[in-house]
Design a protein around this ligand. Structure first.
Ligand SMILES: Cc1ncc(COP(=O)(O)O)c(C=O)c1O
Length: 351
């Protein structure tokens, strides 16, 4: 992590706790906090520590992240959402990590490769329509559960599915029905039953039988709801101010040419800090002014147009005046991507 750099990220602990409580109250279910991909760029271990008294389970994408959490002292149950190669099941068991299984082959492979004494706890993933991972038919589901019933090493503790378009009622209703048909075809005493991500929770897509919601984006407050508080802001500092004159260019490829005398600021951050080149043309906020990103974003620096020479030096790149949702719209992407690409080397300050 860069200790001595003037570009940094600020994270509000209160906002994350507030958001977690909002989703628990809204859903009336327990919380699986999705903290994969470095907690959507917010910082895996810090966010886990902020949420350890609010969440019931943590969900991450990889066994590496799960083991990192354990090694940093996190004792809550942890679920790995992506499939795990059977040769690593022993590592998952060693660190008491739950894994996801998506087909009979996964389970049979675990059974034949894993020779440990303790069983591996698994959540069955049901594919209710997304066609990414999961058991797609009642037949597959029954085969897996009857195999697990006879297994000494695999223990089914959870079942889940994922909505692909949570803001579309028709698709989501169909997915709910698919899930229910599969889930109800083989009664099983699951401890964890979970369907709803952020959008699905906001759109009340849950079923009575579920025990948890599985929320990521909403915890960080960058979803489409007035009830949540954005947790992350990002700042940099003008390291150099200079005046450019008519017809002078700024930055690579002569993308900006001054038409008149113009004050510009140079910042110590660029696309290697998650501010991708497409940010040119969007606004940042400096001392009460919206300032345009000009020229081309470089790897470690970028230039902005200043209203005058005297503005103070702090630059809000993401924050209350330039939100991650607005930036996502400008970049033609989703807010997930705006924060998730912020690399771990940027200093994160938790307040
Ligand atoms: C399987 C699964 N569950 C839950 C989530 C969390 O979704 P959201 O961030 O929209 O709450 C994701 C996000 O990608 C996911 O892949």
């Amino acid at each position: 992590m860069n200790q001595y750099c003037d570009t940094y990220i600020k994270i509000s602990k209160d906002a994350i706790v507030h958001n977690a409580r909002f989703f628990k109250e809204k859903s009336n279910k327990k919380l699986i906090a999705v903290i994969k991909s470095n907690a959507y760029g917010h910082g895996l271990i810090d966010v886990a520590n902020i949420l350890k008294d609010e969440a019931d389970i943590f969900a991450v994408a990889s066994l590496d992240s799960a083991i990192t959490l354990r090694q940093s002292g996190i004792t809550l149950p942890i679920l790995v959402l992506n499939p795990l190669s059977p040769q690593y099941v022993k590592n998952a068991v060693e660190y008491d990590i739950m894994i996801t299984v998506s087909n009979l082959k996964d389970v049979m492979n675990i059974e034949s490769i894993y020779k440990g004494k303790e069983s591996i706890q698994v959540h069955l993933k049901v594919d209710s329509g997304m066609n990414r991972m999961g058991l797609k038919t009642i037949k597959e589901y029954k085969e897996v559960l009857s195999f697990i019933d006879k297994s000494y090493v695999v223990e089914a503790v959870g079942v889940y599915t994922h909505f692909h378009t949570a803001d579309d009622k028709t698709y989501s209703k169909k997915q709910q029905e698919e899930f229910k048909a599969i889930y109800e075809s083989y009664p099983y005493p699951f401890k964890y039953i979970h369907l709803c991500s952020t959008g699905a929770t906001l759109n009340d897509l849950d079923i009575e039988a579920s025990t948890h919601v599985r929320v990521g984006l909403g915890l960080y407050g960058i979803c489409d709801s007035k009830e949540v508080k954005p947790a992350l802001s990002m700042y940099s500092k003008i390291m150099l101010k200079k005046e450019v004159y008519p017809n002078e260019i700024v930055g690579y490829n002569a993308n900006f040419k001054a038409e008149k005398n113009t004050w510009i600021g140079v910042l110590p951050c660029g696309y290697s800090d998650g501010i991708i080149r497409k940010n040119v043309g969007r606004k940042v906020y400096v001392d009460g002014h919206y300032c345009e990103v000009i020229g081309s974003v470089c790897m470690n620096s970028m230039m902005i147009k200043l209203p005058h020479k005297e503005v103070s030096e702090t630059v809000e790149l993401i924050g209350p005046h330039v939100t991650a949702i607005e930036i996502a719209t400008y970049l033609e992407t989703i807010s997930y991507e705006v924060t998730t690409i912020l690399p771990p080397h940027i200093k994160r300050i938790f307040v």
